[in-house]
Write a protein of this length. Sequence first.
Length: 124
Amino acid sequence: MSDRLFTLSSAEISAAMIMHNCSWWSRYARCSSQGVAQSTPPDPKLHLFGMHVRSLREARGLSLEELAERSGMSFRGVIYIEHGRRNPSLLTLLSIASGLGVAPARLLDCFSLDESIAESEADP
């Protein structure tokens, strides 16, 4: 057996984490317990949005590759959005909605109106 498994570069570890099938948070908890260097956790709203996109994609039986192709995006771009690592632009939101075959407003259904009102009232 090769020792290759124990000599992975940080880039290879990051790529393996991205390709892993679980959510970012469970990877974060597992990897931090193994002493692997961590980046900062994603913004909770971006993570929530990404998980919503993932659930819409899975409900339609689409793979990451299929959504990327249908949206005109890169595979890695879709992964970063689903994991809350990228803040998508309006044009990207429109592309994802088109790829999923949903109205663009459907992508924002994960954010409740009550939550938005409470946050705006908290801001001075």
